[in-house]
Ligand binder design. Structure first.
Ligand code: M6R
Length: 609
């Protein structure tokens, strides 16, 4: 979590850093700050709360200079106060940091015993102290960093400036993402390419335990014991326009409306339009392994976990291979003994979620083949997995994940179809039907997006319910969970997702006139069972908002509001059913006056355990 940006070589370093921090604010927004070297001194400005507070300060008192670092914080050590905001500055050394220093207490005691005065509650300040001591001893910033790195335990990405070194910046990482952008006569270092794309598409990723030393006109990459390393400069495909709101009031709304296009794009690389067949070149060399596959594991967090749950239904039903889904933060703690002939799939928009990454590493340790389904290319999971598939959703900025969810569902459909085809469980005509139904989905999604207007109006009424119960069965059960998560994270309202058949085992007691029940019951093989579950709830006074197949009078009669979706095969229903739920959460949150793109206490990329 936390976003960091550094810039060397541009007169407007402050502007580049603040603009970069704006694109990284999804990583944390508890406080923000910048430190800029003016050739003589490092000046610093920090503010509690969102970036806008720092911007106000900087508008009144700009800081000039062509070398600087900035930070937007998601608090781990110490509350969100100005005192704890980064950059931290000790002596002439200024530091921003993303991650956690695990031996924080030991380093703090040692520094205090050595006579250092500690000003904040953060672990980051300790890094500044340690580097400052070494800079004083060596008068060499790079050597100072090299000597401090072995003292730091945990996951960290750090940018360092030194007052004595007006043309230098050192950056290093042990886990969290860090990229260098090579723009014209300037370098930009950041946690995410979003801060870099407005200036250049040429970037290099720092891997774990790597250091980059940037000077006025040159740069060098090193291992953390300062052995020089060659680094490939890559060209990224994302463009600066993708980072704009394009007239929408929220990134999330823009991203919801982008879903039909994103889904169509996500399918492109994996479909042969002429033959209407699935093509997965990344899996071709594993065909014999797939034929003997005994078990599939899916491990992920949050919304990606719910797409994994949908994936479980898809993979088992289509391919016949046993599939098990786990929440990444629990997975490794049950000491799983993974089946030998298995495949472990990690799903992650960011590709950086710490728990999911740990699951991938555990699978590798046990010799199990790993497949990553990420949105962010070159992310840690993308780099560390054996097989890579991509969501191709484009940049997703809203903290609440929407289009990445849709795109992961489309790839999971294709993956299930591909495995089914390889192991003889899917006939060519079934494969063509699957491809055809997926290609038709974006236009069905367009029609469901018209519910935006309905929820914009209904939100005033919906916000007064005391809670929401989301129900679904089969492949729509994870959609119920996803709907509830969206409402919790955006509207801060109590919401629960349940398998509709479980209601009678307890949750029915929650039902009264103040509890909204959102039923997802499109026509599929569990439809009749879902409706009888709903009738039980209705008989106890449930206020039902339902999502069902067009012309379903039975469901309509049980509901205050019936939202119809087109008639599609069972595996396509989740794509359409989730859209009204995204819109419901967004509009209720907006009616309550919440910040839709930056819900409280959250960050988009969770790189801490
Ligand atoms: O980047 P990831 O897909 O690994 O992120 C996983 C979750 O943190 C994420 O889906 C989170 O639950 C979203 N805020 C949900 O909208």
């Amino acid at each position: 979590m936390c976003g960091i940006v550094g810039c060397l070589g541009r007169e407007d370093a402050q502007e580049v850093i603040v603009k970069g921090l704006k694109t990284l604010e999804y990583r944390g927004y508890d406080s923000a700050g910048v430190a800029i070297h003016n050739g003589e001194f490092i000046n610093r400005s920090r503010a509690r709360g969102k970036l806008v507070n720092l911007e106000k300060k900087l508008n009144e008192e700009p800081i000039r200079g062509n070398l600087g670092i900035g930070h937007t914080r998601w608090a781990t050590h110490g509350p969100a106060t100005e005192k704890n905001a980064h950059p931290h500055m000790i002596g002439g050394v200024s530091v921003v940091h993303n991650g956690i220093i695990e031996n924080y207490a030991e380093l703090r005691d040692e520094l205090i015993a050595g006579g250092s005065e500690i000003y904040s509650d953060t672990d980051t300040e300790l890094i500044a102290h340690l580097i400052n001591i070494k800079v004083k001893q060596t008068n060499d910033l790079l050597t100072a960093v090299k000597e401090v790195i072995p003292r730091l335990q945990g996951a960290y990405a750090v940018l360092v400036l030194s007052e004595r070194h007006p043309d230098e910046m050192v950056a290093f990482t042990n886990g969290p993402p860090l990229l260098v952008g090579f723009a014209e006569k300037s370098f930009i270092v950041a946690s995410d390419m979003l801060a870099i794309v407005p200036y250049t598409k040429n970037i290099a990723y720092l891997s774990e335990n790597e250091v980059v030393h940037i000077q006025k006109d040159s740069y060098k990459f090193y291992s953390n014991d300062l052995k020089p390393i060659d680094k490939k400069i890559e060209e990224i495909s994302w463009s600066a326009e993708q980072v704009e709101k394009s007239g929408y009031p929220y990134y999330m709304l823009k991203e919801i409306f982008e879903q039909p296009r994103s889904m169509a794009k996500s399918l492109e690389p994996y479909i042969n339009i002429e033959t209407q067949s699935i093509e997965m070149p990344a899996l071709e060399s594993y065909v014999s392994d797939i034929k003997s596959l005994e078990q599939i594991y899916i491990v992920s967090c949050g919304t990606s976990f719910y797409s994994g749950m949908v994936g479980e239904y898809l993979l088992e039903k289509m391919s016949g291979v046993s599939c098990k889904v786990d929440i990444a933060s629990e997975f490794r703690y049950r000491s799983p003994k993974l089946v030998k002939n298995s495949l472990l799939i990690v799903i992650s928009q960011s590709g950086e979620t710490a728990d999911t990454l740990a699951a991938l590493r555990l699978a590798k340790e046990q010799g199990v083949r790993t497949l990553s389904l990420c949105n962010v290319q070159h992310s840690s999971m993308d780099r560390e997995s054996d097989i890579q598939l991509y969501m191709n959703a484009g940049v997703e900025i809203g903290v609440a994940s929407t289009k990445a969810f849709i795109c992961s569902l489309s790839i999971l459909n294709l993956l299930a179809g591909y495995i089914a085809k390889v192991n003889g469980n899917m006939k060519p005509e079934e494969e063509r039907a699957l491809v055809k139904s997926l290609l038709a989905t974006p236009s069905h999604m367009e029609s469901v997006l018209t519910y935006d207007k309905f929820f914009a109006e209904a939100a005033e009424r919906l916000k007064d319910y005391k809670g929401f119960l989301y129900l679904g069965r089969g492949v729509n059960f994870p959609i119920a969970l996803e709907g509830a998560l969206k409402l919790k994270e955006l509207a801060y309202m109590h919401a629960e997702g349940y398998a509709a058949g479980e209601m009678k085992h307890g949750p029915l007691a929650l039902i009264d006139e103040q509890m909204a029940v959102v039923m997802i019951a499109p026509k599929d093989d569990l439809y009749d069972k879902a409706i009888s579950n709903l009738e039980t709830a209705k008989a106890r006074g449930a206020q039902v908002i339902s999502i069902g197949t067009v012309n379903d009078e039975r469901l309509k009669n049980l509901s205050i509001n019936f939202l119809s979706i087109p008639e599609v095969p069972w595996n396509i229903n989740p794509f359409l059913a989730v859209i009204p739920l995204q819109l419901l959460s967004l509009h209720v949150a907006s009616a309550l006056g919440h910040d839709v793109d930056q819900p409280r206490n959250l960050a988009k990329s969770v790189t801490v355990e």
